[in-house]
Design a protein around this ligand. Structure first.
Ligand SMILES: *Cc1c(COP(=O)(O)O)cnc(C)c1O
Length: 390
């Protein structure tokens, strides 16, 4: 075997996004024992930092040692018992995975769907909750990365409360990119990821659980079927003053990276990070529109960090992505499911949400589309992006 040298890419897809060099440097710091007192101090700082990012005082706030999908699974396997009814909102790929999680935990999903590219209709959710008094949980995706749509987390969590349900919220793409306000919303189980707007590599899933959610876990009639994700066991590792029980070996260096990304986030300011994502989104959209390209999602439901761009007629979308990657080292995402072949997904997440990336992406896209004789306007995108920032 020879050393693997990855190419230097600019990551502007649905994640992972560009990792900040300070985070990469942190990953290379010396590995220490995961029960070392110095490590335990850092773990506590991470938990405190994550509480700020989630805007919560929930004691049970920590990173699961696995990617966002494991955070999703942790929420479902702990809160859903066989026979439980869960109302699941689905307007993209990730809502579909929630349904799958409910079924595998032995629960009965009741679906509320919306077209891919449209937000979930809260009125419809209310009707379904009224018609489903046995429902125990309402689950939804805050930022649907497969379509670029934001669902109304505040109203959906309020509906869950009003109907005596717990809420499970997917905040993998929203965290640090748009406001996630766990206590304000009174959300119960929320999971996130490190590789989207936190400028970290993939592989960790910050989660937070309300006391109400933890009560539900404690009074389960059946054992959580996943040993690794059982919160009763994880509590002994991540909680407990000093006396931590060995559960698994924490990914020590990955946690250095998360710690550094949190340090950076608070240097910038959480609100400043939300504002940066919004401003960069405005600049990108101005540039795309100057070219004559259109976005899939209506402005009021658009996620700043994930832009679904309609592919112009007659353009071979895979060829464009391939050209961006090979000639410009820029990765953008393809459409998924119902949107395959219809959109590109341009991510502006974390360290990727900056003007240098936007200019590189607009320039590369314009050159590529022009060389394919696509029906676009040339020569205006970069100045339009710049002007949007004034
Ligand atoms: C990326 C993503 C996930 C899955 O995260 P992984 O780290 O890939 O497991 C879940 N939900 C949403 C909305 C995502 O964007």
């Amino acid at each position: 075997m020879k050393r693997f040298e990855p190419p230097q890419r600019t990551l502007m897809g649905p994640g992972p996004s560009d990792v900040h060099p300070r985070v990469t440097a942190a990953l290379a710091r010396p590995t220490i024992g995961h029960l070392d007192p110095e490590f335990v101090i850092m773990m506590d700082e991470i938990k405190e930092g994550l509480r700020s990012v989630f805007q919560t005082t929930n004691a049970m706030t920590f990173p699961i040692s696995a990617p966002g999908s494991a955070g999703m699974e942790a929420c479902f396997v702990n809160l859903v018992e066989p026979g439980d009814t869960v109302v699941v909102c689905q307007n993209g790929a990730f809502g579909g995975r929630m349904k799958e999680n409910v079924e595998r935990a032995g629960g009965a999903p009741v679906m509320v769907t919306a077209e891919w590219g449209k937000p979930i209709d809260c009125k419809e959710v209310e009707e379904v909750l009224k018609a489903t008094p046995q429902a125990k949980i309402l689950a939804f995706v805050h930022a649907e990365t497969s379509t670029g749509v934001e669902n109304n987390a505040k109203d959906l969590c309020a509906l869950a409360r009003a109907h005596d349900c717990l809420s499970i919220v997917d905040a993998v793409t929203s965290i640090a990119g748009i406001p996630v306000k766990v206590d304000d919303w009174q959300a119960d189980a929320v999971y996130a990821g490190t590789q989207k707007c936190l400028s970290c590599p993939p592989g960790l899933s910050p989660v937070t659980f309300s006391d109400r959610a933890l009560e539900t876990v404690k009074i389960r009639k059946t054992k959580v079927q996943s040993w690794f994700l059982d919160l009763n066991l994880l509590m002994g590792y991540w909680e407990g003053d000093g006396a931590r029980t060995y559960h698994h070996t924490a990914p020590v260096n990955a946690l250095y990276g998360l710690h550094e990304s949190l340090v950076m986030l608070f240097e910038e300011g959480l609100e400043a990070s939300w504002t940066r994502h919004e401003r960069m989104h405005q600049a990108l959209v101005a540039g795309l529109e100057a070219m004559g390209l259109e976005l899939l999602v209506d402005p009021q439901s658009r996620l700043p960090q994930l832009n679904a761009v309609m592919i112009p007629d007659g353009v071979d979308e895979a060829r464009v992505r391939q050209r961006l990657l090979q000639a410009y080292n820029i990765e953008i995402g393809a459409g998924l499911g119902a949107l395959a072949g219809k959109v590109w997904r341009i991510g502006l997440m974390g360290h990727s949400a900056r003007l240098t990336n936007i200019m590189a992406c607009l320039g590369a896209l314009e050159n590529t589309l022009a060389s394919l004789q696509a029906p676009i306007r040339t020569g205006m995108a970069l100045s339009a992006a710049e002007a949007a920032l004034d």
